[in-house]
Ligand binder design. Structure first.
Ligand code: CU
Length: 245
């Protein structure tokens, strides 16, 4: 079996920049190898049937011909499905570490906006009637809420490498798909509800955040940048943002 990095090159996968990535890639490759093996086996059976024809007086028992292969395939696909579910649930349903960094991600036609809770580690309240992009409040933050005073709103998602991040996804209008291929992340932002997804970025660099739901005429340009910085550079960036606020 290929190692993770040579597998990336061989299968043209994007680089793995998050901690959970290699396990997902290994599972994807396992699926592909199994599919390849089954295709080869199916053709082998097909051609052997053509070459070694049996007479009608010696029928193969239905148990051997149908029920055994069918049960084996059912077990195989159930096992693969359960493993996929575990990998996905680890990001989505198993709660993030309480010490994970909190960032809110809001999708709106056709921009992503990011919010950090600031020193008090709590987001200020938002209200739909306060949304006023022209006045610089595209998220509708209620500034009478004391928690809102130190919130930081950005157009780039800047994260420290090696620390777990818990993203809270929201949408202001239609369903948007938050996706970062290098982080092996994909989760819908659905209006009227908040969704969580957590992960640990490992490799510093710049990665494209895409929208994977056709959310309107400007869908093609709904992109943002995720910038992963070494921990000390991130602290400096956050300090500068706090000063600028
Ligand atoms: Cu979108």
């Amino acid at each position: 079996m290929l190692s993770a990095s040579s597998a990336e090159r061989f299968w043209h996968l994007p680089v793995d920049a998050a901690r959970h990535g290699p396990a997902m890639d290994a599972h994807l490759l396992l699926n592909l190898w199994i599919a390849l093996g089954l295709i080869a086996l199916a053709h082998l059976i097909l051609f052997s049937g053509l070459i070694f024809r049996r007479r009608a007086s010696q029928p193969v028992h239905i148990l051997v011909l149908e029920y055994l292969p069918l049960s084996a395939l059912t077990l195989l696909f159930a096992a693969l499905g359960v493993r996929s579910e575990q990998l996905w649930a680890a990001q989505r349903y198993t709660g993030a570490d309480p010490a994970a960094m909190q960032v809110e991600v809001t999708g709106a036609q056709f921009v992503w906006t990011f919010r950090y809770p600031g020193a008090d580690a709590a987001f200020g309240e938002t209200k739909p009637m306060l949304i006023a992009p022209a006045a610089g409040n595209s998220l509708g933050i209620d500034f009478t809420d004391p928690h809102a005073a130190d919130d930081i709103v950005t157009s780039q998602l800047v994260l420290p490498a090696g620390r777990e991040v818990d993203l809270t996804l929201r949408s202001l209008d239609v369903i948007h798909g938050f996706a970062v291929p290098e982080m092996r992340l994909k989760q819908n932002a659905v209006p009227g509800q908040t969704s969580h997804i957590h992960f640990t970025p490992e490799t510093p660099g710049e990665y494209a955040i895409l929208c994977t739901q056709v959310c309107g005429t400007g869908h093609y340009r709904m992109q943002a940048v995720m910038r992963v910085l070494p921990a000390d550079e991130f602290d400096e960036w956050l300090r500068m943002r706090e000063l600028r606020r």
